[in-house]
Design a binder for this molecule. Sequence first.
Ligand SMILES: Cc1cc2nc3c(=O)[nH]c(=O)nc-3n(C[C@H](O)[C@H](O)[C@H](O)COP(=O)(O)OP(=O)(O)OC[C@H]3O[C@@H](n4cnc5c(N)ncnc54)[C@H](O)[C@@H]3O)c2cc1C
Length: 444
Amino acid sequence: MYSDRALVIGAGFAGLLAARVLAESYGDVVLVERDAISPDTGYRAGTPQACHPHALLARGAEALETLFPRLGEEMEDAGAVRADLGSDFLIRGPSGWAPRDYLGLSVLSMTRVMIERIIRGRVLRLPNVSLVDCVAVDGLLHDRGTVTGVHGRRGDRPFADYADLVVDASGRDSKLVSWLAEFGVHCPAPMIVNGHVTFTSRLYEVNRDLKLDWKTAFEITHAPDARRGGSVSTVDGDQWFLTLFGADGDAAPTDDDGFLDYATTLHCQDIAEIIKTATPVSKIYQAGNLRSRWNRFHQVPNWPRGLLALGDSVMSLNPVHGQGLTLAALNCTTLRTLLQEHDLSSEPLVFQRAIARTAKIPWTSATTSDLGWSARKLPLGTRLLRWYTGRAFEGVPGNRRVYHAFIRVSQMLDHPAALFRPAVLFRVLLGRTLSGRRPRATER
Ligand SMILES: Cc1cc2nc3c(=O)[nH]c(=O)nc-3n(C[C@H](O)[C@H](O)[C@H](O)COP(=O)(O)OP(=O)(O)OC[C@H]3O[C@@H](n4cnc5c(N)ncnc54)[C@H](O)[C@@H]3O)c2cc1C
């Protein structure tokens, strides 16, 4: 144990994982959360994104399993649906349908509410972790370059608490940059790439009369032409989580008729069929202006001692790529490794630099794709990368090898360099000469 007390701002996904890791090194770990939390808490104001589907990538599931042994089993027992990324997925890219042979690589589908509830249950059972809810943190306490705690409000009463280490995990709307500026620590302007993406989502009861041969269907948006896409996953046992994507400013309407009309413009007609025939169990939710933003805290030379930041507070990504949970989990496995050798409250930049290195790959993949919507001339490297990934996308429908490589990279299991291995490179450059099986799905 380094010292007594660590405090985490935000009991969302990253905050819970951070508390789990800190509990190994600190005697007392306190999660401070703005929302009211009970064991059954479901949808809540602090995580509005929970009204939209949350894919947990294979790499993220692996990282979670190291923090919470047998978590996957617990999730399946609670109703999470296991799906093979080949045979159980119906994927439509800009140039056609992906092959559907069995891959032997599976992911779990569940609502974000279920993921968080299960993890929260595990974390709050740790004897040295506690949660103080209904507290809105509105600033940091500090003393000569060291963060010593937080202040805020609990209802209409002032709140303050002290700690040897404060971790900001307050998500994509974190106010950390302005809290730091209040005591003279200035951060570089964040990097922002905006694909002007909108998610419009609704939950349905599974309609067993519809005979579908997949568990997840996904139609991908892709610059410069495919502005519309959608996805449906079977979640929590008996529900379909359905989302319509719009990129480059396009967005599905939130009224019943408009939602259906938008879905009928997709290639994957199963999505419209579900909207027509299944019973909705939620209203239609919309999240717009979804962009990627990177706060480069690792470049702040006078970053205070006693403070770390992780999760969306550092980097929030266009969620269409489904990387946010995985990146947060990787932040926390890095935290665990570094805490074995460093007192991070006195060397916080060791942590911020390490997670910045991990973040480069998801950042590049999310933003290279979104920059395709931009009207300005892109740097040569970005154009080449876009050309090659566009070419690889074209190769997917006719080529299992390319598809498998793509899936492993998009699940963050392999480095993107895997797409340039000779066996893949050859097929990508050769184009669609080998034909793949087409899946059974109604074409428009
Ligand atoms: C529409 C949408 C869809 C998404 N889909 C996916 C997906 O498919 N797959 C995926 O991996 N990721 C997805 N994401 C991203 C994912 O939601 C985030 O990456 C993840 O939630 C980050 O966790 P976090 O703990 O950093 O933030 P959050 O989970 O947002 O948690 C932040 C917490 O801090 C609390 N808080 C905020 N301010 C304060 C304060 N001042 N005082 C006290 N508490 C505070 C909040 O109440 C909340 O509990 C999606 C995001 C969006 C917007």
